[in-house]
Design a protein around this ligand. Structure first.
Ligand code: ADP
Ligand code: MG
Length: 455
């Protein structure tokens, strides 16, 4: 294996282990410049990168490198000031089998190219969005809005679990409108909205900020559940919302749960959110998962046996991002080995995505996940208050301690400040029952579990 090939396969693996922006910032522009028997030198553009890579990513890089080239015992980071021109001077040798056209040579290394005019990522389009029963309603509503912004459903709110396509769909609407009109569009994750509002209140420029929003034709806010508990932001956003709404400007929102389940969302804002079209994306069924896998494989010009696709569709059930991850790994493997992959290989390759025994969790992780989900301080869970906003999360925490960690009822009682075991038992039964009878509660608990087991 040449050093280029070696590094390419290391990067291919690293992409799955590092967030996209981090990958683009720290790893993308690196090269192996020297490879000896058991040592390699990796070129980085400057001192800062060198520090960062050796402090934060060395362990990971080393681990991945050793998987591909076990003989390597040492990595050195060296500065190549001209790294960008250096790249151009030595065009990348492709290791792709001949059958893969060069267009798809490195799509997953793509720049995180966000359009600075409207914050939209052009990668998200309707064209690449697979429509199936689980997302049909949301897609159709989004499409209708894209074709007639401000006049069909206002606002449009799409909700659904993690990795099911909310961001993709919202941004597709923005991109579609942008392509066919001169309307002024802005996409903003709710977390960013909160920080802009907070900052502009601090430096007394909130009116200016609001007027910037008033100027828009289409405002897209992703993950509005993050507005929960942010009273000042909600108040300002209420004004922005009304101003746009009254002028028939389009507002598009997403959330990981229905508005009625966003704790501490002001009533008037909730009713605004519910006032237009609320469309959910549910869990994809087997056929839908298979269709998505096929679409993704085709997009990358990959031939993957039916048996393998069906294995993945059977085993990855809750998250489209993970389906994509599986396809990308297979692609990396096929590129490296220049041969088709078989099912046994796939099983090994996807071991940590599929059927991995559930990672152990801790009471601490349960407390933080529950508290952050309901936007509480963790101490609140242990306080004596009986207020509903706190009592319910506390019962959920009790339920999860039992369910996930098999803690005894008396033990859970004492964790929560000496409560009687019957109190815990009551909470446990109540929640268990509600999960069965109330889809929304079941979804809520599912989301909290996802948080507990993420990272
Ligand atoms: P969410 O915002 O709901 O967490 P994303 O929109 O980020 O989910 O989707 C996760 C990944 O799955 C993205 O890479 C997205 O392109 C892809 N994806 C989601 N839904 C679809 C779909 N229906 N068709 C094709 N790709 C999809
Ligand atoms: Mg999202």
């Amino acid at each position: 294996m040449t050093k280029e090939e070696l590094w390419e396969s290391v990067l291919a693996q690293l992409q799955f282990k590092v967030s996209k922006p981090n990958f683009a910032t720290w790893l993308k522009n690196t090269r192996i410049v020297e490879k000896e028997k058991n040592k390699t030198s990796v070129a980085v553009p400057n001192t800062f990168s060198r520090e960062w890579l050796s402090k934060k990513y060395h362990h990971l890089i080393f681990e991945v490198l050793r998987e591909v080239a076990p003989q390597i015992k040492k990595i050195e980071y060296v500065i190549h000031k001209d790294l960008s021109s250096f790249q151009k001077a030595t065009p990348k040798k492709t290791t792709a089998p001949k059958s893969i056209p060069s267009k798809t040579e490195q799509p997953s290394f793509e720049e995180l190219s966000v359009n600075p005019r409207n914050n939209l990522n052009p990668r998200y389009t309707f064209k690449d969005f697979v429509v199936a029963p689980f997302n049909e309603l949301a897609q159709a509503s989004a499409w209708a809005v894209a074709k007639n912004p401000g006049h069909v459903y206002n606002p449009l709110l799409v909700y659904g679990g993690v990795g099911l396509g909310k961001t993709h769909l919202l941004q597709s609407v923005g991109n579609e409108i942008d392509q066919h009109s001169n309307l002024k569009i802005e996409y903003l994750p709710a977390g960013k909205l909160v920080s802009s509002i907070v900052a502009s209140i601090r430096n007394a420029s909130i009116e200016e900020l609001k007027h910037r929003f008033y100027d828009l034709d289409v405002l897209i806010i992703d993950d509005v559940q993050f507005l929960a508990g942010k009273e000042k932001t909600q108040e300002e956003f209420f004004h922005i919302f009304n101003n746009l709404y009254e002028k028939n400007k389009q507002i598009i929102l997403s959330s990981d749960r229905p508005p009625s389940a966003i704790a501490t969302l002001e009533k008037r804002l909730r009713s605004r959110f519910e006032g237009g079209m609320v469309a959910d994306i549910s869990q994809p069924d087997y056929e839908s998962r298979l269709a998505i896998l096929e679409a993704k494989a085709q997009e990358l010009n990959l031939e993957i046996a039916e048996e393998i696709l069906s294995y993945i569709a059977n085993n990855i059930q809750h998250n489209i991002r993970e389906l994509e991850g599986a396809i990308n790994r297979i692609r990396a493997y096929q590129r490296l080995h220049e041969k088709e992959i078989n099912l046994d290989r796939v099983r090994i390759l996807l071991k940590d995505l599929i059927g991995a025994p559930r990672k152990a969790t801790t009471p601490q992780k349960i407390f933080t996940s529950v508290a952050s989900f309901y936007n509480l301080n963790q101490q609140d869970l242990f306080s004596a208050t009986r207020k509903k906003e706190v009592a319910w999360p506390r019962q959920v925490a009790m339920y999860l301690l039992r369910k996930e960690l098999r803690k005894s009822f008396p033990n859970i009682g004492s964790i929560f400040g000496g409560k009687d075991h019957t109190t815990v038992l009551y909470a446990f039964n109540k929640i268990e029952k509600q999960i069965e009878s109330d889809e929304q509660i079941a979804g809520e608990i599912h989301l909290i579990r996802q948080r507990i087991y993420s990272e």
